[in-house]
Design a protein around this ligand. Sequence first.
Ligand code: G4P
Length: 558
Amino acid sequence: MTAPAEPLVPGGAPEGGAPEGGAPAGGAADPARLVREVARRRTFAIISHPDAGKTTLTEKLLLYGGAIHLAGSVKARRATRHATSDWMKLEQERGISVTSSVLQFEYLGCQLNLLDTPGHEDFSEDTYRTLVAADSAIMLLDNRKGVEERTRQLFDVCKRRRTPIFTLVNKCDRHGEDPLKLLQDVEADLGIDCYAATWPVFDADVFVGVYDRLTREVHLFERSGDRGATRAGDTVVAIDDPALAGAMAPGAFDRLMADVELLDAAGHAYEHARVIDGTLTPVFFGSALTNFGIEPFLREFLQLAPPPGPREASTGPVAPTRPDFTGFVFKIQANMDPKHRDRVAFVRVVSGRFAGGLTVLHQRTGKPMRLAAPQQFMARDRVAVEEAWPGDVVGIMDRGTLRIGDTLGGDGTLEFQGIPRFAPEHFARAMPADPMKRKQFDLGLRQLTEEGAAQVFYTDTAAGSQPIVGAVGQLQFDVMAFRLEHEYAAPCRFEKMTHRWPRWVTGPKAEVERVCAGTGRLRVYDHKGAVVLLFQDSWALRRALQHETAVTFHETAP
Ligand code: G4P
């Protein structure tokens, strides 16, 4: 076991130790403390295709972080999953994680904030928005499958935002694609250069260790026999230590030496600036199931992943070390506790120190707002927080004032940018199964769409017109139906529509009218009354885009 007691990050608290020092209550942060707290934070998300091992890896990160003490055996693991990261009954019934949660834990003096992105078959705007709140991403790949569809979609969002990506090739305990071939595929498929930061060591075909190219050390694992329930023990030997040859099977040693030579001669060089701007990804190899390679990965990740940086705002970039608190809402979740009709806004702290009971300016309304009952989340357990720092996520109880994208703090001119809206890809007419429940149905639909669970459109601007729900993924309809029934006692029916491909239309009124009347087009209105056209097929859309030059089409609300 090689975990040192000293912190990895300058200024970081020792593992498990409470950060020292204080801050003036309710006022600006002590500047030296603020700098230290920022330096030791890592806020990240895991992007992967279902089944690559995200749940298993999350659990192992928590194991290494000391947040849990025993990772579950296969069956218990399913139970743990529900106990630690699922909120909704639906998730438990389907065995999927529908909502994003934030897991916070410490490791070697660093404070890690893992923003959990839903990993089910379908996904929603929430997933994308969560990536906006992250400072880096771990791209988890299955060693047999490499880059898969969902990974690609999530990678694209990260690439657009130049998010640093750390790749972990998982499941190396079983035979997979040749590691070099995997690197080539990632480069060709995603257009990002790879730097092999660790390299798998095989004895015959058995995964026995990793070579850490950054520390030039070989980790040889000890089999625990408990299927990864506890940390993996390892022996660490420097690559140029003459004892290494004796510590390994001859075939494994020769193969490793040949691989090292090849990588040094032919691979990309490590350039930290390129990692930070998202054009070079350090690649690690491991097995979340057996824990092999997970600790070297975690240690390098903490060293290389960036702490919270400046965020773009209308007034220019906001540095995390700016003394006053600022932050933005990236997610809203209603009714997390079915016993109390509550609504929690998740705020990513951008600058300064967040203190419980702080009163800040709510930029959109221009009104001061007391941030009551702030909470941090260790999955289902809510822990009242006294303070939080840049990179942290706090859940704020809210009666309905906060919306996704809202800025908190600042002087009223500062507004954070970059919380994207996404064009829905599926549409369905929504109606209450029981007409007597119309009121609850309308209320539920309004609240759930405010929360960002899906977008709602209407066939007419008049009150009582037919609602149409637009979603990025099909599963969002199931989630909405479930929540309308369980949280608002308003069971509903969805009728899937063939019209999709939405475009917001702006231009001279008469022209908009004319364009809306064309064949294969259906006019609807968004919740603000803006005109949106849905098209029957991609051909109808293409034709409109080519010929209707008197109006402007927008992919999302202008
Ligand atoms: P996900 O959240 O990305 O969907 O993946 P999850 O962790 O649930 O893992 C999917 C399957 O892959 C699970 O097997 C899990 O045990 C397995 N797995 C995860 N990491 C590794 C690894 O490093 N090596 C190997 N060999 N398998 C791994 P399952 O049979 O679907 O579920 P379970 O019965 O094991 O829970």
